[in-house]
Design a protein around this ligand. Structure first.
Ligand SMILES: Nc1nc2c(ncn2[C@@H]2O[C@H](COP(=O)(O)OP(=O)(O)OP(=O)(O)O)[C@@H](O)[C@H]2O)c(=O)[nH]1
Length: 359
């Protein structure tokens, strides 16, 4: 199966929600036109009414013609495909649908308004709506789709932050495995020293990835472990040091102090560290992820996002809202619990998978 097919299958809950919603909106047509005119109807329409013109093909920017969404937009509907005239009521329904898909009010309004621009009064099929929606979503996400930058610095220090359970450990394991496969040497530091289970989990992932995991006795100072890990990574000539951190938001002042102490200590060895601060977010928390970004931006100098658990949730739309609201780079997405279930973020494939556009 192609990667796109796999992504779409994994994101089926998000896509089926939008897909079913769009089907319902189109079928909900209180359409004054009794018989829908297909796009490629060979019969010329005698007197097209100005308020209800035959659907003009969606204009395609030149560079999109060969893209995934560009190709999907061009698909022709059959004569009996249901259509609905795009009007204010339908636009509001689309907006509501996007809000229920966790896109947030502002982003939902932007996406639906852009979809409608120049198309009011056109008769559209679900497939055409999906394609328009996917195109607008991809446009919002295009500028934030960036792999984690790699610097020539050794070791490159990646601080991984996020609330407990967001998928930090799993993501560190997946990243370690991918970098190792790319020929990089990696060291992991189990910085959540207060939770024995978190440390054990990280050790399991380290073994899977074939990467050493530095640990410290339960309850010891995470900053001191980070310093030791820096020393080891330097001694080993490691390319990458991934530091796991605690995610207790219950006491933000403590967490902020803990994170800033880690940063202070590793800067004694490299004033530019950490080179990346990845915030790991759980897609199943929906719009909660928005407040998590706001909080963690105050606690740490977040440089990029990884969104986990996009498989099996109907809340994938939150990623569009994050891109729209914060503009932080999205480096990767988690689509499962296995070691290779971390994918680079591709806005076109994501948009097509989210909207259920057929690949
Ligand atoms: N379905 C799915 N599950 C995931 C994904 N990423 C992580 N998980 C699961 O989410 C749960 C929490 O993941 P962890 O990596 O332990 O999260 P954490 O942030 O390190 O949590 P703490 O160890 O409690 O701090 C685990 O059961 C993972 O298997 C993903 O992309 N998809």
């Amino acid at each position: 199966m192609s990667f796109f097919g796999k992504l779409k299958e994994r994101m089926f809950k998000s896509s089926s929600k939008i897909e079913e919603g769009l089907d319902a909106i189109v079928e909900d047509a209180i359409d004054p036109e009794p018989v829908a005119q297909p796009v490629a109807d060979p019969q010329p329409e005698p007197e097209p009414r100005p308020a209800d013109p035959a659907p003009a093909p969606t204009p395609e920017p030149e560079q999109e013609k060969n893209s995934l969404i560009g190709r999907l937009v061009g698909r022709k509907a059959t004569p009996d495909t249901p259509r609905r005239v795009l009007d204010d009521e339908m636009l509001e329904q689309i907006e509501d649908l996007l809000i229920t898909a966790d896109m947030g009010v502002d982003t939902a309004m932007r996406v639906s308004a852009n979809m409608a621009q120049g198309r009011m009064g056109q008769r559209l099929t679900t497939q055409e709506l999906k394609a328009l929606m996917a195109r607008e979503i991809a446009a919002i996400m295009d500028s934030v789709a960036r792999p984690m930058p790699l610097y020539p610095k050794k070791p490159q220090v990646v601080l991984v932050v996020g609330v407990n359970g967001s998928g930090k450990t799993t993501t560190i394991g997946k990243l370690a495995s991918q970098f190792k496969a790319a020929g990089k040497s990696v060291v992991i530091a189990a910085g959540d020293t207060f939770r024995a289970a978190a440390v054990e989990q990280l050790q399991v992932w380290g073994e899977r990835a074939g990467v050493p995991v530095l640990t410290a006795p339960e309850g010891s100072d995470p900053a001191s472990l980070a310093f030791d890990a820096m020393t080891k990574a330097e001694q080993d000539g490691a390319d990458l040091l991934l530091i796991d951190t605690a995610g207790r938001l219950q006491n933000r002042a403590d967490l902020m102090e803990e994170l800033s102490k880690i940063v202070r200590v590793i800067r004694k060895k490299d004033p530019e560290a950490p080179h990346n601060t990845l915030l790991v977010l759980d897609a199943t928390t929906g719009q909660n992820a928005v407040s998590q970004v706001e909080i963690f931006q105050k606690l740490a100098d977040v440089s990029g996002l990884v969104m986990t658990k996009l498989d099996g949730t109907a809340k994938g739309g939150v990623l569009v809202s994050l891109a729209d609201k914060f503009g932080l780079p999205i480096h990767a997405i988690g689509v499962g619990e296995q070691i290779d279930d971390l994918s680079p973020f591709d806005p076109e494939e994501f948009a097509a998978a989210l909207t259920g556009l057929d690949g």
